[in-house]
Design a protein around this ligand. Structure first.
Ligand SMILES: Nc1nc2c(ncn2[C@@H]2O[C@H](COP(=O)(O)OP(=O)(O)OP(=O)(O)O)[C@@H](O)[C@H]2O)c(=O)[nH]1
Length: 299
């Protein structure tokens, strides 16, 4: 093994839905952080570790920083994101090309107090016309703040990600490896399994329900030639439970099928997955329930 001589942390921050998790997954070349077209998909801080030769970059994917954090779960998410801004070597401020919202402004305000250099990563450029839309947007962005760098990318298509990694590399200080070279995340297989179930729920359900649910892994056991995983899906009301299950169990069955396929890809073995839906009233606004479900601050 080549000894790592440079290592450092890179925080990926921004408002919800700009493509932070998609960006981290693309850089790592595998799905560590779940994504969906709905805002506030990521709820926890998740490390994605990339070790190559003498370099180890530890990316910190964070929940989208949002205004209107009325419930305990939202406040937890904002805390997880804000706390990731200290003690990093570089901050990637992810934006959606062509858009600037109050929530972006709020993120920028927080970044002004950060010690690390801030690079504006203008994502989703595949959606814009370069000359008429992107160039004026970049010019305006430069006026909003003196960013260390401004780089347009497409995390989905992989455009300009090599250039982004080249800038990142320059910012990583000397230091020993902080994780073994073959470790890609700080999160357990149990956590990743729960997240995959949540991702499929977010993608298969309508607008409101995904925010009312959380997933807990009840059993994660190696059996002969397969993994047995039992997951509990907690919702807040009986009516939500009926929707998650669907007519004749159709929704739950499809969610389970999709999650199982992703788990088999991630864990490299057959998976037997069982899903159960349970009701716990008001879990998302109860600090105690959040802690029981593993939403714990880590500073
Ligand atoms: N067209 C396009 N879509 C993208 C790109 N990057 C991400 N997306 C889409 O944008 C949506 C949100 O992506 P995520 O990676 O979940 O965004 P996020 O910033 O992590 O979201 P939160 O969890 O809400 O903070 C998904 O539907 C992605 O497929 C891109 O470069 N181009």
């Amino acid at each position: 093994m080549v000894e790592v001589t440079r290592s450092g942390f890179v925080a990926i921050v921004g408002r919800p839905n700009v493509g932070k998790s998609t960006l981290m997954n693309h850089i790592l070349g595998q799905k560590i952080s779940i994504t969906s077209h709905k805002p506030q998909t990521t709820r926890h801080r998740i490390l994605g570790i990339k070790s190559e030769g003498d370099l180890q970059v530890i990316y910190v994917d964070t929940p989208g920083l949002h205004l209107q954090a009325k419930k305990a779960v939202n406040r937890y998410m904002n805390r997880a994101a804000s706390s990731s801004l200290s003690d990093v070597d570089l901050i990637l401020f992810v934006l959606e090309a062509g858009r600037w919202t109050d929530e972006d402004e709020n993120v920028l305000l927080q970044l002004k107090n950060a010690r690390a250099p801030v690079m504006a990563v203008v994502n989703k450029v595949d959606r814009l016309n370069e000359k008429n839309e992107l160039l004026p947007y970049l010019a305006k962005l430069g006026q909003r703040h003196a960013f260390d760098e401004v780089l347009p990318v497409s995390a989905l298509k992989g455009d300009n990600i090599g250039a982004l990694e080249a800038v990142v590399e320059k910012r990583i200080p000397e230091g020993p490896a902080l994780f073994p070279a073959d470790q890609v995340t700080d999160r357990s297989e149990r956590f990743l399994a729960a997240e995959l179930v949540r991702e499929k729920l977010m993608r298969n359900l309508g607008k409101e329900i995904p925010y009312a649910l959380t997933v807990e892994i009840e059993q994660f056991r190696e059996e002969e030639e397969r993994l047995r995983i039992n997951a509990l899906i907690w919702v807040e009301r009986d009516s939500q439970k009926r929707i998650v299950i669907g007519k004749g169990g159709r929704v739950l069955k499809e969610v389970g099928r999709q999650a199982r396929l992703d788990m088999e890809r991630l864990f490299g073995q057959h998976v037997f997955l069982e899903l159960w839906v349970k009701v716990k009233e008001g879990w998302s606004d109860s600090e105690r329930s959040l802690r029981n479900f593993g939403y714990r601050d880590e500073y």
